[in-house]
Design a protein around this ligand. Structure first.
Ligand code: 13P
Ligand code: SF4
Length: 314
């Protein structure tokens, strides 16, 4: 890419020319969020992907999100700025291992968090996101036996909120598991008026300290509408861009993270989400690659549990 190119203007021009739409997750860098047509959480992004009349979807997020868009709109071209943008939750649940686990629990249904591979979705009865997980689980009778995969932290949270005992797959988010309950407690001493808001992918000691728990959209709405002025935010740092834009008079602090007992400043940045850059976004829009492709049988089998989720969360 030539150095003097105006990426913002070129992206706008190509988007018009190709009837493309840019969908971005809140964890993207600020510049990408600022040029997106829609910014949202996983549920909002999949709803947009299902209803857009664009010919091409440029998905500024990670691979499982772009795959969900492709599954919902298979006739559209879906491109992702960097095909290596995966997710540690997806990696933690290889479909063949999960199929064997499922076979050991023949009387259970499977509810999967959308952060998983398309192959795992084909083994799933209903998909959920962090914003509708409780509602989806509660749409089944209390006696229903359920396997929840792949996030044990979100699953544990739902078990506690609903009083259920779902069988949990042992997966976790590499970003959210670094938020430290102990360090958040210490920070609260220095900021006694600060409220803690947390994503349910965080571990229980962090969730215990939270004044509000929700999806990225839920966290954003909460901090905007709350009368409180100061927040410690336990989720990926990208969300702070929208928080600061929407509530410039409030103070937002990224919750402290630690790895192997040591403070880790960069740990609140998702290494997958942050692979996307303005330059890669421009190139994928221009060259229409890398493109998400999935076998038709996978698309059809994975679409059923996603559509079931969209119906249940309408
Ligand atoms: P949300 O659906 O809350 O945006 O979460 C997506 C995600 O990847 C969290 O790590
Ligand atoms: Fe996956 Fe965690 Fe990154 Fe979200 S923040 S995409 S769950 S690794």
């Amino acid at each position: 890419v030539k150095e003097d190119i105006d990426l913002v203007a070129e992206i706008a021009r190509l988007k018009k020319e190709k009837n493309a739409v840019i969908l971005a997750h809140y964890y993207q860098i600020a510049e990408i969020q600022d040029i997106a047509d829609y910014i949202g959480d996983s549920l909002g992004l999949s709803q947009q992907a299902a209803k857009t009349d664009a010919d091409m979807i440029v998905f500024a997020g990670v691979r499982f999100m772009a795959e969900t868009a492709k599954i919902l709109s298979p006739q559209k071209k879906v491109v992702l700025p960097d095909m290596n943008a995966g997710c540690s939750l997806e990696e933690s649940a290889p479909a063949d291992e999960f199929a064997a686990f499922k076979a050991q629990h023949p009387d259970h249904i499977v509810i999967s968090y959308v952060n998983c591979s398309a192959a795992l979705k084909t083994l799933t009865d209903v998909v959920c996101t962090s914003s509708n997980a409780v509602k989806i689980v509660e749409s089944f009778p209390k006696e229903q036996k359920i396997i929840f995969a792949p996030d044990k932290n979100l699953g544990g949270y739902i078990n506690r909120v609903t009083g259920r005992n779902m069988v949990l797959w042992d997966g976790a988010c590499m970003v959210h598991e670094t938020f430290s309950g102990k360090m958040i407690q210490d920070l609260k001493v220095k900021h006694p008026d600060a409220k803690v808001v947390a994503h349910p992918e965080s571990e229980q000691p962090v969730l215990k300290l939270a004044d509000y728990i929700g999806s990225t959209t839920g966290l954003l709405k909460h901090v905007i509408n709350s009368p409180d002025k100061e927040f410690i935010v336990a989720t990926e740092s990208g969300i702070l861009h929208q928080m600061r834009k929407a509530a410039p008079d409030k103070k937002f602090i990224v919750a402290p993270t630690s790895r192997n007992g040591h403070a880790c400043k960069a740990c609140s940045d998702c290494p997958h989400m942050k692979l996307n850059t303005m330059e890669k976004l421009y190139l994928c829009l221009r060259d229409e690659t890398p493109e998400i492709t999935l076998p038709m049988d996978v698309i059809e089998a994975a679409r059923k549990p996603i559509e079931r989720m969209l119906e249940l969360s309408a």
